[in-house]
Design a binder for this molecule. Structure first.
Ligand code: SF4
Ligand code: SF4
Length: 305
């Protein structure tokens, strides 16, 4: 049943699918230690529900397995006419990926319900306390790089992960978890503009520009602006330099042109809501985005990137 399921998933736009058991995911201990070390910034929600992260089957009565799914986003950075950029995963011209990927995942879970009548499922797209990269790793889909992203060899890492917990008796993927394939490469750590990747597989989230420009509440300061280059929201530098994301990797290449940063700075809440309200930019909101832009523009000439 797994091959037909993979075909259905590909038909819905997913690039990869794997099934793991609902047992404690690999790297749970490392995650616990990371939380204990306090390197998760102000993302306090990561501290909660540790027992569910350890035992994901508690999210669904009778859970027999977890399907991991990868859904691609464009490998080209969205840009503005005045030379600024946004991280690829923000996809600022599309509805927030949480909604889109959830719809696709639900379509797949409906197919599973037809194949296994009477079974139940639960779709997670950043919506449950679950170690999604660890589960994807356990399913054999790919490996976790030194930059902490999930990498599928032959594709790269420009995709979102989602999960379907299911009571259907799907066979767990026979592919063994993939050993790390970074070798001696340290490009991501060398390229990180903030020093957040201070050791392989280690992230100081409080220093990470993805966190500071999206999750972190409050004004974005000049020091952060110096590290941002010309990318005014998010950061994907550690993915951009990764050899697994280089030009021979397949993927979707959609050019996205945004309003200029001057136009964004002049927007009020209702204009912002009309242009970006349904997109992932709605999460940080207009004030945070303006603060990010001002942090870069306050420097005069920002470094490229
Ligand atoms: S997203 Fe940017 S700041 Fe964060 S670890 Fe990667 S390169 Fe560093
Ligand atoms: S840039 Fe190199 S070290 Fe970093 S994740 Fe990619 S292959 Fe691994």
């Amino acid at each position: 049943m797994i091959l037909p399921l993979i075909e259905k998933a590909k038909g819905l736009g997913f690039i990869s699918l794997g099934v793991s058991s609902a047992e404690t995911p690999p790297f749970f201990d490392q995650f616990s230690k990371w939380i204990a070390s306090g390197r998760h910034g102000e993302m306090r929600w990561l501290e909660r529900h540790m027992e569910i992260r350890q035992y994901p089957d508690r999210l669904l009565d009778g859970c027999k397995g977890i399907i991991s799914l990868a859904y691609p986003y464009s490998n080209i950075r969205p840009g503005t006419p005045d030379g600024f950029t946004a991280a690829r995963y923000t996809e600022p011209k599309k509805d927030d990926y949480h909604k889109r990927v959830r719809q696709m995942s639900r379509a797949l879970s409906d197919i599973i319900h037809q194949w296994y009548p009477g079974t139940k499922s639960r779709v997670c797209v950043d919506s449950a306390p679950i170690l999604e990269r660890s589960l994807a790793y356990a399913s054999g889909m790919g490996f976790i790089g030194k930059n902490n992203t999930f990498i599928i060899p032959g594709y790269g890492s420009f995709f979102f992960l989602a999960e379907i917990l299911t009571t259907a008796p799907l066979p767990v993927s026979e592919t063994a978890p993939m050993e790390n394939k970074c070798g001696t490469c340290t490009r991501c750590m060398d390229a990180c503009p903030s020093g957040a990747l201070d050791a392989p597989f280690s992230l100081d989230a409080a220093k990470c520009l993805s966190y500071l420009t999206i999750e972190h509440r409050g004004r974005t300061d000049r020091l952060t602006g110096m590290k941002m280059g010309r990318c005014f929201i998010g950061c994907d530098m550690c993915q951009e330099v990764c050899p697994y994301n280089q030009i021979n990797a397949p993927g979707i290449s959609e050019e996205i042109m945004l309003p200029s940063t001057g136009e964004i700075l002049e927007m009020d809440e209702s204009e912002f809501s009309a242009v970006f309200g349904k997109t992932a930019l709605g999460r940080p909101g207009l004030n945070k985005i303006k603060s990010n832009i001002l942090a870069i523009r306050s420097l005069g000439t920002a470094r490229p990137g």
